[in-house]
Design a protein around this ligand. Structure first.
Ligand code: UDX
Length: 430
């Protein structure tokens, strides 16, 4: 089948490369000509493990192509996936103008039956808006169908997530569209759930909100554990073994970030309000998440006192490990709050420093973890990169001005670090 994927961001690029490796001919489209030029040279605009090899392999096999010519891509494809950005507006709602523009171009260029699939995370009713937009701009008698196929991939494990999803959701209005999309996903051999378009749209919002709720839940428990002198790691283990709850997404920390959870949660709350329902539960999820950063800053203050006169060594800047993505990373607010109090910050991140350099002012970016420790009054952990777990802590102790670690991701065992002579503070483990 001939496919095109519009938008070469995380979702679009990964989906395009993976759909090509399933045997389809795929054209990936982006209006950013620089991005397309980079991709044509086999270079990736984002850091995502395994993606570069997958893209180059499929380009070599002549199944994956890149262009900034959307019109031509539309004319040549049977199925068009829309994976453009849906950035947040100031009121929390999603900005759907990119989706609308793409829908309009598709309508104007359609020359045969097309299935137009929304893959970006969009509010319920977007499918209908795409339908109306295409109807408005299409030539008389043009045949098309709109479908929704939300994507659940995570950054850092995106290729694996796409190729081995727990399920594929198809929001469709006809057997014809359902069968065409089933055919694309059949090689994955995973459960395929076909629903109506609105339900598919809500499945994506509900899944992300539920996961965000799990994180805020364990963070609330972690604050309680701090107060009760219990251990949130042990509590999460005991709770997570109940199969109805499950062990995933129960890591306490400084809260969730990234471009999906905060944005999608705000969009779902906004959408619920529009539909006349006050989703109080999700507002609490947001509030707990925001508060975690304050809880963490307080721990730093308790650990070293008068933060303003101190140097803080920071390990980890990206919103989670194995990505260079800095969007809505908790590190931004935390570092800016430390600097506002007058603290000097030395930081290291294995991949996110180029992007972090565009955000932070006056942060000293270091060549490795040990260099971030040198001369610092306290070591602060903001992202749980694997290499931080394997540091030589004896060496760390020698480099720090004082042996103090404030760990926002609970990567060390308290008793082990303390046995080395550190004062160690973590989340929900006194
Ligand atoms: C998420 C969803 O998982 C994915 O299905 C959706 O398509 C996009 O949004 P992603 O943003 O890549 O993916 O990251 P994810 O791995 O889900 O982590 C999100 C945030 O939650 C990170 O900031 C992470 O540090 C935090 N988190 C996750 C916790 O604080 N504790 C946990 O137990 C799990």
């Amino acid at each position: 089948m001939k496919l095109s994927v519009v938008g070469c961001g995380y979702v679009g690029l990964v989906s395009g490369a993976c759909l090509a490796s399933l045997g389809n001919e795929v054209v990936c489209v982006d209006i950013d000509k620089r991005k397309i030029a980079l991709l044509k040279k086999g270079k990736m605009p984002i850091y995502e493990p395994g993606l570069g090899d997958l893209v180059r392999e499929n380009v070599r096999r002549r199944r994956l192509f890149f262009t900034s010519d959307l019109k031509r891509a539309v004319r040549k494809s049977d199925v068009i996936f829309i994976a453009v950005g849906t950035p947040p507006r100031p009121n929390g709602g999603a900005d759907l103008s990119f989706v609308e523009n793409v829908a309009r171009t598709i309508a104007e260029e359609m020359n045969s039956f097309k299935i137009i699939v929304e893959k970006s995370t969009v509010p319920v009713e977007t499918g209908e808006w795409i339908q109306k937009t295409v109807e408005r701009y299409a030539k008389k008698g043009a045949k098309f169908e709109v479908a929704s196929n939300p994507e659940f991939l995570r950054e850092g494990t995106a290729v694996k997530d796409f190729m081995h999803p727990d399920r594929v959701i198809l929001g469709v209005e006809s057997k014809k569209a359902e069968e065409a999309l089933r055919q694309i996903y059949r090689p994955l051999k995973v459960p395929i759930v076909a629903t109506d378009i609105r339900s598919a749209e809500i499945i994506k919002h509900a899944s992300n909100s539920f996961l965000a709720m799990k994180i805020s839940f364990i963070n609330a428990i972690s604050n309680l554990c701090d107060a009760a002198k219990a251990d949130v790691g042990q509590v999460a283990l005991g709770v997570g073994l109940d199969r109805r709850i499950g062990p995933a997404f129960l890591n306490a920390g400084i809260g969730f970030g990234g471009f999906c959870f905060p944005k999608d949660l705000a969009a779902f709350i906004h959408l619920s309000e529009k539909l006349g329902y006050d989703f109080e539960l999700l507002r609490a999820v947001e509030k707990i998440n925001q508060n975690q950063k304050a809880v963490f800053l307080k721990k730093i203050d308790q650990a070293i006192w008068n933060v303003g006169s101190k140097t803080i060594g920071v390990l980890g800047l990206s919103f989670k490990p194995d990505t260079d993505d800095m969007r809505f990373a908790p590190s931004i607010e935390i570092i800016e709050a430390l600097q506002a109090q007058g603290a000097r910050v030395r930081a290291f991140d294995p991949h996110a420093m180029p992007k972090a350099g565009e955000i932070f002012k006056n942060v000293v970016f270091c060549k490795d973890s040990y260099s971030a420790c040198r001369g610092s009054d306290c070591l602060v952990i903001l992202t749980e990169w694997d290499e931080f777990k394997k540091l030589d802590l004896k060496k760390v102790k020698k480099l720090l001005n004082q042996p103090v670690i404030v760990d926002g991701r609970n990567i060390y065992r308290p008793e082990e670090v303390r046995a080395l002579g550190f004062r160690y503070f973590s989340m929900g483990r006194s």
